[in-house]
Ligand binder design. Structure first.
Ligand code: NAD
Length: 506
């Protein structure tokens, strides 16, 4: 089936002709080298679209457009109220397109429709939140010695290259674009080459909203061809990146040319600690949700489950029972509770980690196999998988698997739980389940991670900061923290008494 037929049927995409194009300087344009990349529906293993590939020349055009739009002041000098109005308008357009966007996300990423709808709702909230923030005061003042008056203002950084991954394609685009635009920057978005479709649909809506030319640009393409030129360009003032830690390190190295600002949202291997005094049913439910939601392809997934020795055997027995009931299937099927993995490459990587787990001596008590029956023959499905008695130093406990593979580690004391939790190069998130409020507070403080959840997991508040300690990243997204990452701080000192200093006698 041709891409037009397929996507107009599945996503009810009225005008999928832009799929082969890039959005530069307020216009849809063909890639200069007329090359495309196939986009796969991972639940069916079939090509559903051919997306236009940006060459380095196209990326340069986008950079120049964003540079000119920033330097001309068409956006940063636009009143915050006007910026807020356009961002709100975009939020409403995304909301009106919710079902369409969710279906496109599901057929491109493999996640369930329920998950995809949740992502679109969060994207709407993100644009609304930052539309609101655009008009709020951001400066500061302090008492300066007379005759001086001083104030601190926040100004947009400039041209922002924004590079995003495949696990939450639309939502990550929203987390990047909304604060940057609210603060008055101009943007070039580079989605993952694996999941570019919702970004293309988003830019159709952006085009309808009518941002000034060059303010917001889209370049689809590979990391090396479309991402790296953004990172290396001295005309780009900031790179905001979400993706793997190894890629983040490369980006940091390659960005030094003009000492551009860099924020990095990277991987994780988050501990989820279950104490014996926890509310048992909630702990069980969240332990499952934390790792199998979005098929485990979540940076903050609770992939290391630390279980109190006092309840260890029973908890594992119950967890395996619940996990075996998870309905894995095509994300478009409303009865599916866990969709496919995003790609064959991801499937291979996860299967490899399952083999590593076995050779390391961890005990496989659930799953571990690719699913190839009942309509799942050609898709990239894997069973929700649980390893127990995992050694804290083993590879499956230390490295990010980024799939539905849970590693369970027993502990005996609070101190031991904290030590195991912190024994990781990552520090993105953590969960703590206990009915002891004091213990919860002690452990939350002791864990070195950007977010710690108590008796809940994956509650993501737009108002709060999101980001990691250690190798999970640099900087924060969301809330005022994410907004500030898109600003430079300027101090303005004025004097109320104009006179020479008299420092030099002549
Ligand atoms: P990835 O690092 O392979 O790719 C991410 C993006 O970087 C893609 O758009 C890719 O094309 C681009 N890229 C690759 N090489 C590049 C280069 N040399 N220069 C510039 N750009 C380049 O990551 P992925 O596999 O798409 O995503 C999974 C990773 O993302 C996981 O590690 C996950 O933990 C992380 N992630 C983190 C967060 C967070 O908030 N911390 C959120 C989502 C995903």
């Amino acid at each position: 089936m041709s891409q037009v037929n397929y996507l107009s049927k599945v996503g009810k995409w009225s005008n999928p002709t832009h799929i082969g194009q890039l959005y530069i300087n307020g216009e849809w344009v063909d890639p200069s080298e007329n090359r495309t990349i196939p986009v796969i529906n991972p639940a069916m293993g079939e090509t559903i679209a051919e997306v236009g590939l940006a060459s380095q020349k196209d990326v340069q055009s986008a950079i120049l457009a964003a540079r000119q739009a920033f330097d001309d002041g068409v956006w940063r000098s636009t009143s915050p109220h006007k910026r807020a109005k356009l961002l709100s308008k975009l939020a409403s357009k995304i909301e009106d397109d919710l079902n369409n966007l969710a279906e496109i996300e599901t057929v491109n990423n493999g996640k369930t429709l329920r998950e995809a709808k949740g992502d679109v709702e969060e994207a709407v909230k993100t644009f609304r939140y930052y539309a609101g923030l655009a008009t709020k005061p951001t400066g500061e003042t302090f008492e300066a010695e007379e005759p001086f008056v001083a104030r601190v203002v926040r100004e947009p950084i400039g041209v922002c290259g924004q590079i995003i991954p495949w696990n939450y394609p639309l939502l990550m685009a929203a987390w990047k674009l909304a604060p940057a635009l609210a603060a008055g920057n101009t943007c070039i978005l580079k989605p993952s080459e694996i999941t570019p479709l919702t970004a293309i649909r988003l830019f159709e809506l952006i085009d309808e909203v009518g941002f000034p030319k060059g303010v917001v640009n889209l370049v689809n393409g590979t990391g090396v061809e479309a991402g790296q030129p953004l990172v290396e360009s001295t005309l780009v003032d900031k790179i905001a990146f979400t993706g793997g830690t190894a890629t983040g390190k490369t980006i940091l190295e390659k960005s030094v040319g003009n000492l551009k600002r860099v924020s990095l949202e990277l991987g994780g291997k988050s501990p989820n600690i279950i104490f014996a005094d926890a509310d048992y049913e909630s702990a069980l439910d969240y332990a499952t949700f934390a790792i199998f939601n979005n098929a485990g392809q979540v940076c903050s997934a609770g992939s290391r489950l630390l279980v109190d020795q006092k309840i260890y055997d029973q908890f594992i027995k119950d967890l395996v029972e619940v996990t075996k009931k998870i309905r894995v299937g095509n994300g478009l099927d409303p009865s599916s509770e866990m969709g496919s993995l995003v790609s064959e490459q991801q499937l291979t990587k996860i299967k490899n980690y399952i083999e590593i787990g076995k050779t390391e001596g961890a005990k496989l008590v659930c799953g571990g196999n690719r699913l190839r029956t009942n309509g799942l023959e050609d898709g990239f499905f894997i069973e929700p998988t649980i390893f127990v008695d995992v050694k804290p130093k083993s590879r499956i406990a230390q490295e990010e698997i980024f799939g539905p593979v849970l590693c369970i580690i027993p502990f005996e004391t609070e101190e031991e739980a904290i030590n195991i939790a912190n024994d990781s190069p990552f520090g993105l998130a953590a969960g703590i389940f206990t009915s002891d409020v004091s213990k919860a507070e002690r452990v939350a403080k002791a864990i070195r991670a950007g977010v710690t959840w108590i008796n809940t997991y994956e509650q993501n508040l737009i108002e709060g900061p999101w980001g990691g300690y250690k190798e999970s990243g640099i900087g924060r997204e969301l809330g005022i923290y994410g907004f500030n990452e898109y600003t430079e701080v300027k101090q303005i000192i004025n004097t109320l008494k104009v006179e020479p200093t008299g420092w030099f006698s002549s």
